[in-house]
Design a protein around this ligand. Structure first.
Ligand code: PAF
Length: 282
């Protein structure tokens, strides 16, 4: 327990709690997280609580979605602080398994979602979506929620999760929630904690470049030139590298052709050792 928030660490206890709620006629929501919670996560908890009577949050820093050279070891961890924040936002149960509970000896299964996983993050972090899809599938099967909540900040991830739930006939509503931003527009992210003050000042340019590009495309600037403009603006602002700055079809993530269908601008860029992503509708 943490304050009023019960914590379970094994799948049987999670299943028992969710089954008891369902037997009592209560709807159940799941909010998967890797901890290091901020206002963006808490907005997911509040949205889940508005939709369902009981809310489970999971906290698991999933090793399978980090490549060996990535930040798994330095990823911020603060379970007690996270539990207190979850309780204050109305969460009813925290599922915080350890690695052995999620990936017991002999674990050999991977969930691969084709097509929508391939571009963008799929190109620059080829291991990432198999790790996400595998752990999210497990969490959905373990908890059997009526609805599961994910932030649009990880827009491609949201599309991948929608696809896997549909393809695997998992009876859950996948709910995407709007990105929560700092007052200057920077998307909230657990990785913002890595930024030194001078880097934080550069980071805000990500959302400004997206906003400007969306307005430019709506005003008729050619899409390819707008993508080049975004890269140039980020480089000029002090980003050390831009993995992608792309205008895509909002549903398929194929390159955006024109304004006849909803589009999404997506960027990933590095400041020092920190990689930030963001996206914007167009
Ligand atoms: O977005 C995240 O925090 C993670 O990718 C998720 C969905 C919790 C899976 O580990």
């Amino acid at each position: 327990m943490n304050g009023s928030l019960p914590i379970v660490r094994d799948v049987a206890a999670l299943r028992a709690a969710a089954a008891a709620w369902r037997a009592g006629g209560k709807s159940v929501a799941l909010v998967p997280t890797m901890g290091a919670l901020h206002e963006g996560h808490l907005s997911l908890i509040r949205a889940a609580k508005a939709r369902c009577e009981r809310v489970v949050a999971s906290l698991f820093v999933n090793p399978r979605q980090f490549a060996p050279q990535e930040d798994f070891d330095r990823y911020p961890r603060n379970e007690a602080g996270d539990a207190a924040l979850l309780a204050s936002a109305g969460c009813d149960l925290l599922f915080a398994p350890d690695r052995a509970a999620m990936y017991p000896d002999g674990f050999a299964t991977s969930v691969i979602v084709a097509n929508v996983s391939t571009p963008l993050e799929g190109e620059f972090r080829p291991h990432f979506f198999a790790g996400v899809a595998t752990v999210v599938t497990k969490l959905l099967v373990q908890c059997s929620p009526d609805a599961a909540f994910f932030g649009e900040k990880d827009y491609q991830q949201l599309l991948v999760i929608r696809r896997l739930a549909r393809d695997l006939d998992i009876p859950v509503e996948i709910v995407g929630c709007e990105t929560v931003r700092e007052p200057d527009g920077l998307a909230m992210s657990s990785r913002n904690a890595y930024l030194a003050p001078a880097q934080r000042a550069i980071a805000v340019e990500l959302s400004l470049a997206l906003k400007q590009a969306a307005a430019a495309i709506r005003a008729g600037r050619p899409i390819a030139e707008t993508e080049t403009d975004m890269r140039a603006r980020l480089a000029a602002a002090g980003f050390d590298a831009v993995d992608y700055a792309a205008a895509c079809d909002a549903e398929t993530l194929a390159p955006m052709a024109d304004l006849s269908r909803p589009g999404r601008l997506l960027v990933a860029a590095w400041i020092g050792k920190t990689r930030l992503i963001d996206n914007w509708p167009v």
